[in-house]
Design a protein around this ligand. Structure first.
Ligand SMILES: O=P(O)(O)OC[C@H]1O[C@](O)(CO)[C@@H](O)[C@@H]1O
Length: 527
């Protein structure tokens, strides 16, 4: 297996020579059937409205083969050091089960990692069951009704997006749930808002930090403890209302001030940690462990499909390859994620971290600067709200922004109304179809102000209904897409040194700026 930069690949030179197909003419009814790939969890990935035809697919297949992306994925699964910057294994797939073709065992830190993750998962299951059925209560004897996750970045965005994604599904299924809330920002107004009206006697806090040193998270923990003391409730003991999710090497690991601790490790990057106890504890408490297990199963299905070498059968891989074509040949610096599902309202925020923290790199996996573009800017909002906001630029602006639509045939809660001969869900999906075609085909008009050029590319991830399985597959699809793009660009998608400098300088500001006059002046202005 060899690692080489994208521009050293002769296969990439062939991809670069290809002009985009004109989707104003190529998008015909037949393409919707022929350009679709099962993505696991009942999801289908469609690239019908992308500017690629057979010649592109063939060239992208050669690029995938030349960059040996499937061999690299298999090596990652088998425990090879893929996080070259931090010299770490990358094992988030193993949280969802062993992918066929990978090593039967992955040893690190003197233990078999599959067994370690399975044991933590079992701990999560047992704890959640006891909280949900009232065997574990708060310090004043009352059952828990609300859980509040305290964490930031990967310890917040994924779990928060997933909780919101399943809330209405649970409603539709009649699943009894604990309410979950999230505190992330060190801005005290964030915590104040979340704590407002909380019944502390019935609230369980989940303190999540892999490092156990994150300033925002530890500050918010202390703020919560202070808020509990301020209630002056006899017998209310914060230590009996808090669990920790952390790594065994973190300062939090040995804390006596928690009811229970759940562990993951350095081989699970923060933004890839939703499948660990980071997402597992809150989701199992909120919806029951069975729901979380179904989510893991959907993700595992997507992971298994991602092993396929034929790019026309591997949704995450083809999505990644088309993304590289858009970024490095068609020079698109931005991409939008547009879920036609209110339940996915925070999913674009999670993808921002997943994609931009992973692939916002300008050196290769060996630390040598690359001379081509890497990860794009990612943004998004649920449709149809986005339509009434920024779609103007997407339709008629001077840049082409490739679009990633997500949609489902059925709603989650099943509560709907018929007006003007259609249900709300039918209206939602009519808008989604209309947008795909409007962006692709455009519309001529004598009035230039009303003219739509068309030729605006999109993909679609589509399922029957957003369930735990399809949500798991959706998450894994994007994780695997980001990983494949990292292999294609020959960068390390698993570290995030770029977030360190600001953290260090903030520490210096709090310590009196430590002799840096520019920092001191800037801090003074804000004091
Ligand atoms: O879980 P921790 O160690 O508190 O880190 C939180 C987040 O901070 C980051 O390191 C970035 O600042 C993320 O990658 C991570 O998800």
């Amino acid at each position: 297996m060899t690692y080489k930069n994208l521009d050293q690949s002769t296969a990439f030179a062939a991809v670069s020579a290809l002009a985009p197909a004109d989707i104003r003419t190529t998008l015909d009814p037949e393409r919707f059937a022929s350009c679709s790939i099962p993505a696991g969890g009942g999801l289908t990935y469609s690239y019908a409205a992308m500017p690629v035809v057979k010649s592109h697919i063939d060239a992208l297949q050669s690029l995938s083969d030349d960059q040996e992306v499937i061999a690299k994925y298999t090596a990652l699964l088998s425990g090879e050091i893929m996080n070259t910057g931090e010299k770490r294994l990358v094992l988030h797939h193993l949280l969802r089960g062993r992918v066929p073709g990978a090593s039967e065992t992955v040893m690190a830190d003197g233990e078999e990692k599959g067994a370690f993750y399975a044991a933590e998962l079992e701990k999560t299951r047992a704890f959640a069951a006891q909280v949900r059925d009232g065997r574990i209560t708060g310090s004043t004897g009352k059952t828990f009704r609300t859980v509040v996750q305290i964490g930031i970045g990967g310890s917040d965005l994924g779990p928060r997006a997933l909780y919101l994604a399943l809330k209405d599904w649970a409603l539709g299924e009649g699943i009894q749930r604990l309410e979950a809330r999230f505190i992330s920002n060190v801005d005290p107004d964030d915590a104040a808002d979340v704590l407002d009206g909380l019944d502390m006697e019935r609230t369980l806090f989940i303190l999540v930090s892999k490092s156990g040193t994150t300033q925002e998270t530890l500050t918010n923990r202390d703020l919560v403890i202070q808020a509990m003391h301020k209630k002056k409730i006899t017998g209310l003991n914060p230590a009996k209302h808090m669990v920790a999710v952390t790594s065994k090497t973190s300062p939090l690991a040995t804390s006596k001030n928690v009811l229970a601790s759940f562990f993951f490790d350095d081989y699970i990057g923060g933004r890839y940690s939703s499948s660990s106890a980071v997402g597992g504890v809150v989701l199992s408490l909120a919806f029951g462990h069975e729901t979380f297990a179904r989510f893991l199963e959907g993700a595992h299905q997507a992971d298994a499909k991602a092993l396929e070498k034929d790019v026309t059968k591997n949704a995450a891989l083809l999505d990644a390859l088309i993304g590289v074509y858009l970024r490095n040949v068609l020079n698109c610096p931005v991409t939008a994620v547009l879920p036609y599902s209110q339940a996915l309202s925070r999913f674009p925020a999670h993808l921002q971290q997943l994609d931009m923290e992973s692939n916002g790199k300008s050196v290769n996996r060996d630390g040598v600067p690359v001379s081509y573009k890497t990860g794009p800017v990612v943004f998004g909002e649920p449709g149809t709200n986005g339509q009434h906001s920024f779609y103007q630029l997407l339709h008629q602006g001077t840049d082409i922004i490739p679009l990633q639509f997500i949609g489902f045939s059925r709603s989650q809660a099943g509560q709907d109304i018929v007006t003007d001969g259609s249900t709300s869900q039918q209206k939602l999906n009519a808008n989604l179809s209309a947008q795909i075609v409007a962006f692709a085909r455009g519309k001529d008009d004598g009035n230039p102000n009303k003219r739509f050029a068309g030729g605006r590319w999109s993909s679609l991830l589509h399922g029957e209904r957003l369930t735990p399985e399809s949500l798991g597959a959706l998450l894994a699809h994007y994780e695997n897409k980001v990983m494949f793009q990292g292999f294609l660009w020959n960068i390390n998608s698993f570290d995030q040194e770029g977030v360190q400098l600001g953290k260090v300088l903030a520490g210096k500001v709090l310590a009196g700026s430590q002799g840096d006059p520019v920092l001191a002046a800037c801090a003074k202005m804000l004091s």
